[in-house]
Ligand binder design. Structure first.
Ligand code: AMP
Length: 367
């Protein structure tokens, strides 16, 4: 596996060119295992998180499938459907499709997510289409209105399936899968393969192959993790201000438990002179997109976020993740700290904990 190159994965020339243009030299473990299995037509259950290169692991073979028909015209209805839990992840998957597909004939992509006007989405859905990238809630909406046609789907990808279940999309995902042909190929990506995910997999996948890449601890080896015990909120605020003034800090994501706390903390950090913005689920799509591009361009140095909003966020400049509040769910700790140390760079993850939170800490450590 060590010496594998993208060329040995039997990807087509336009895709290899795009991979090269992205600066990737070797496939990540999840890519090395997933890409050949997808090309061979298997259904897959892949246990991998963001940061492992999983997006390219499904997008490259998905695009290859479009190219297989040679001059293949776009159909009225999409051949590839990717479901993601959040709008941000849908956006990132879309960017990946554009990046990896840029040397192919034109690839037509539509994105169907909440928070976007219907007329715009309806127009996108009525054009010839290759790939549809959607969050389950809005896609169900469009299905019910008779605007989405899933009868041509050949490949269904469930990205971060565990998260979709956490967010209550189980029924929506099942209904969407039912609206696609039973002959489709199905790929399920998830950070965990616990009972609910396994049960969903049983219903939606046919004789799936199981692919699992190394555990969280190993993957986060490039991320230094530190813990600060704090007395109270004022103590957290002092520590945070100090950390954010450190010249080693390039960009930081600060996690709070609630949307309200995220807003309040952003306001007080701004008052202290930090280039800060909040990111959470109550913001409209325009503001979220603007905040994310501000982060990517470096105009914003500090992002105060909640778990749901920051899931899947991929900003290369993030040097620090600060858990202002500890995550209530231990697996969110792993998702949070994965926002730093992207693509192999070094990252620092700091957590503030109160003495009363020892139980929660132990559960996070156990996880
Ligand atoms: P993902 O797990 O899909 O969110 O990808 C994590 C990051 O790794 C993204 O920033 C990708 O651009 C990057 N990436 C994906 N594949 C490779 C590769 N083979 N080599 C280096 N970086 C990669």
């Amino acid at each position: 596996m060590e010496n594998q190159t993208f060329a040995t994965l039997a990807l087509s020339a336009p895709l290899l060119r795009a991979v090269e243009a992205s600066g990737y030299t070797t496939p990540t473990p999840v890519q090395a295992q997933t890409i050949p299995a997808v090309l061979a037509g298997h259904d897959l259950m892949v246990c991998a998180q963001t940061g492992t290169g999983k997006t390219a692991a499904f997008m490259l073979p998905a695009l290859q499938r479009l190219g297989e028909d040679g001059q293949g015209k776009s159909l009225r209805a999409p051949r590839i459907l990717v479901l993601t839990p959040t709008r941000e992840l849908a956006q990132q998957v879309t960017e990946a499709a554009v990046t990896y597909g840029k040397f192919m004939r034109q690839v037509r992509i539509a994105v169907v997510v909440g928070g976007v006007s219907y007329p715009q989405q309806n127009r996108a859905l009525s054009q010839p289409l290759d790939i549809l990238i959607a969050t389950p809630g809005r896609l169900i909406d469009q299905l019910d209105r008779g605007r989405a046609d899933l009868s041509c789907v050949e490949l269904l990808v469930l990205d971060e399936a565990d998260r979709m279940l956490d967010m209550g999309f189980l029924e929506a995902v099942e209904r969407i899968a039912k609206a696609t042909p039973a002959t489709r190929q199905t790929l399920m990506f998830s950070a965990t393969l616990d009972g609910d995910i396994a049960r969903l997999g049983k219903r939606l996948l046919r004789e799936p192959k199981l692919i699992s890449v190394d555990g969280a601890r190993e993957r986060h080896a490039n991320i230094e993790q530190r813990l600060h015990f704090v007395d109270d909120r004022a103590h957290k605020d002092r520590l945070l201000d100090h950390l954010l003034r450190d010249t080693d800090m390039n960009q930081a994501i600060v996690f709070t438990s609630t949307k309200r706390d995220a807003d309040q903390l952003a306001v007080s950090l701004q008052a202290q002179g930090h280039a800060v913005a909040a990111l959470h689920g109550d913001m409209n799509q325009y503001n979220r997109t603007r905040t994310l591009s501000g982060m990517k361009q470096g105009r914003i140095r500090v992002l105060v976020a909640t778990d749901v909003a920051a899931r899947g966020l991929d900003v290369a400049g993030v040097s620090h993740v600060i858990n202002y509040d500890l995550p209530r769910a231990p697996e969110n700790y792993v998702h949070r700290i994965g926002r730093t140390g992207r693509a192999g760079s070094k990252g620092l993850a700091l957590s503030f904990a109160h003495r009363t939170e020892r139980g929660l800490l132990a559960r996070i450590e156990g996880f």
